[in-house]
Design a protein around this ligand. Sequence first.
Ligand code: GDP
Length: 348
Amino acid sequence: MANAGKTAFIFGVTGQDGALVAAELLRQGWTVHGGSRRGHVSKLWRLEELGILDKVNLVNVNLLEPFQIVEALTSLRPDHIYHFAAESFVADSFHQPHSVIATNVVGTLNVLETMRIAAPGAKLFFASSAEVFGVPPATGFLDETSALQPINPYGVSKLAAQNLVKVYRERYGIHAASGIMFNHESPLRARNFVTRKISYNLARLKLAGGPPMSLGALDAARDWGAAADYARAIPLTLNLDAAEDFVFATGRKTSVKQFFEYAATAAGYDPVFEGHGVAETCRDRKTGQALAAVSEKYFRPFDTQPLVGNPARLKERTGFAGSRDAAAVAEEMVAADLKRRKDGAIHV
Ligand code: GDP
């Protein structure tokens, strides 16, 4: 196989992106080691569902224990390192800013310092976030040259880490690339993100009934891409001669309501919305079944405005064809959650 003998280490291998990139690298013939925190057994379901749990060598690594990182990287000597380990739920970052800064900034610094001292020849991909931009531009799309003005602790943490990656690239010559990731979804998303909350609950409503789901701002919008498509593009960035930062985006904006409509239609419903603001509800036109209601509980006092990115650099440098759109992602997620519920797998 083309990549026999090549070794990758993935920090955060039990998360959505870590698991998808692990699957992609295994397909390409890489040996894959994955860092995850001991005690997170409940998070192995993603690797299990992808059928790769026994193919990834799991290593106990806590990003805030630098010597664990030193031990892992010096003993395993990976060619490529992927860093996805982070606290990733933006809304929570106002409630636990200390742990977000510690994990996302100090954790990344620990990876970079270990590379500088013990593995300077390895290549690094770091998953940053569109939250580094903070505010939409007056016109057009966000790209690698846009202003960086984060508006929440999560965005600040990702910007600091992304800047550290740049410093280690420029100051020490480490081949380190950041992916500025716009929202990207898959059936492996955690259920606190709105897309998965929708697909999970639509499958529940369809096959088990029960009360409608509660949602927050329906007019909020995101540039939603397909995580599995980005997982195919991510390794390509490390095959380039020069390390750079890359925007991963679709260039299209979709509202929560629109995403819900795509997903509900994929589940076999004909969704109709009625009412306004907190009184807005959604039901199935044919059966009258209540599907969703708005709850103030999920409103965010400081929500991020829709950010839409331009992935031209990524496409140009790597030949990446682009991501599937939000409608396709909604269909994929609903199909997976319907299948899980039929199989009795409802706790993932
Ligand atoms: P984020 O962009 O990383 O914060 O991803 P989320 O999936 O958590 O949120 C995306 C958008 O959906 C935000 O603008 C939320 O305000 C909006 N949203 C609307 N209803 C909900 C909900 O019930 N849960 C979540 N998580 N977000 C919601």
